[in-house]
Design a protein around this ligand. Structure first.
Ligand SMILES: CC(=O)SCCNC(=O)CCNC(=O)[C@H](O)C(C)(C)COP(=O)(O)OP(=O)(O)OC[C@H]1O[C@@H](n2cnc3c(N)ncnc32)[C@H](O)[C@@H]1OP(=O)(O)O
Ligand SMILES: O=C([O-])CC(=O)C(=O)O
Length: 377
């Protein structure tokens, strides 16, 4: 069994910043659980909506509860007209994560959380409408079409996303991979974006502010943005041999390789084996002979040279690509999923709140002498 990583140093690493009953990460160096359920069990058996319910309501739904929950999400998928108008103003070359941030923030203006008794309804609305926000903007900006986000053949959040994006119902394999992907990304303890949401919640702010802030934190390449960067990397190589040579050069130049390493896990990210298996299936489906073998070689080289392993993001890149998803939409999919974890943490923070306000070690001058403006150099 892998040992838990020894944590310390900058970035608050290893410091306990609060309590949670939602998730354990890397307890044995590699494991991941949501409310006690192993990620492998959830990825093999659950629907994403079931996992969201588990995180947000504290227990797995029975059949009737799940049916009702999915019906509620379906009924919440229509975009308000004012939000559609805003999305239509956002330029085609905007980053889709900025679209998500604006979309979430605008929703907060139109459907403001007036008090915390409304939190579950506001959260379910965001879960339901995020795939609609990103695909509405994307299709309008790129194709000039105004899509109907309320009526789809699919009833799963992952399937709806693909259906709205491509204008047709996805095949079973694609809907299943999206389902697994959303489960894998749903929750991860006190990662940077979730911590952002909790800090915001601790001021007793509204739910849309918490999620808007979290989207901003997730956007960065050291966090959710890594899946896009991983795609850019693997697309540069035409063969595993080229990938090996390219990576060796990058390592020599001490460049960061996105999609590798983790702040908490020491030997592996348990989400990687799961998404890697699905990426391989998809590569067979599309007859790929380059991207998947290139990705596998990158994994081998990074482990051999640096003992760095793929995190959740690396094989997500090829998996999403094989399903025809444009690279810039990769991180918004992460948002569509992680909104469940973020908001479960907001609820947890609100239920037992004290404002999060750490201290800093001061490194500036002891005393500074005031100089009138005209005497300054
Ligand atoms: C879903 C997610 O958000 S998962 C994370 C996604 N992010 C990425 O994939 C970005 C690439 N990875 C990284 O930048 C880092 O591994 C992080 C941000 C994930 C974790 O950062 P840290 O906790 O600081 O990493 P850690 O302490 O394990 O780093 C140890 C050493 O390995 C190096 N290292 C870590 N990851 C990488 C990498 N991907 N490529 C090259 N070197 C790396 C670090 O630079 C550090 O070297 P140093 O001691 O000489 O400075
Ligand atoms: O936990 C982290 O630091 C980053 C991560 O993997 C996630 O948020 O899924």
């Amino acid at each position: 069994m892998a040992e838990a990583k020894k944590l310390g140093g900058a970035g608050l690493r290893g410091q306990v910043a609060g309590e949670t009953a939602l998730c354990t990460v890397g307890k044995t160096g590699a494991g991941l659980t949501y409310r006690g359920y192993d990620i492998n069990v959830l990825a093999d058996n659950a629907q994403f909506e079931e996992v969201a319910y588990l995180l947000l309501r504290g227990k797995l739904p029975n059949r009737q509860e799940l049916d009702e929950y999915k019906a509620k999400l379906k009924a919440n998928r229509e975009l308000p007209e004012a939000l559609r108008t805003v999305l239509e103003q956002i330029p085609k070359n905007a980053h889709p994560m900025d679209v998500m941030r604006t979309g979430c923030s605008m929703l907060g203006n139109l459907e403001t959380e007036e008090d915390f008794s409304q939190q579950d309804d506001k959260i379910d609305r965001m879960l339901a409408v995020f795939p609609a926000i990103i695909t509405y903007w994307y299709r309008f900006a790129n194709e000039g079409v105004r899509i109907d986000t309320a009526n789809t053949e699919c009833d799963s959040i992952g399937g709806v996303f693909l259906e709205l994006l491509h204008g047709k119902k996805p095949n079973e394999l694609h809907e299943q991979v999206m389902n697994v992907s959303l489960i894998l990304y749903a929750e991860h303890e006190f990662n940077a974006s979730t911590f952002t949401a909790r800090v915001c919640a601790s001021t007793l702010s509204d739910i849309h502010s918490c999620v808007t802030g979290a989207i901003g934190s997730l956007r960065g390449p050291l966090h959710g943005g890594a899946n896009e960067m991983a795609m850019e990397l693997i697309q540069k190589f035409n063969s595993p041999e080229e990938a090996e040579e390219g990576l060796m050069g990058m390592l020599e130049r001490k460049e960061k390789i996105m999609g590798f390493g983790h702040a908490i896990y020491s030997e592996s990210d348990p989400r990687n084996a799961i998404i890697k298996k699905w990426a391989e299936k998809l590569s067979q489906e599309v007859g790929d002979t380059v991207l998947y073998p290139v990705s596998v070689r990158c994994e081998e080289v990074m482990w051999r040279e640096k003992k760095l392993f793929c995190n959740a993001d690396f094989f997500h890149a090829s998996a999403y690509h094989f399903m025809g998803i444009p690279t810039q939409l990769f991180t918004p999919i992460f948002v569509m999923s992680r909104v469940s974890g973020w908001t479960a943490h907001v609820k947890e923070q609100r239920a037992n709140n004290r404002i999060i306000r750490p201290s800093a070690d001061y490194t500036g001058p002891d005393h500074a002498e005031w100089q009138p403006i005209d005497e300054r150099s």
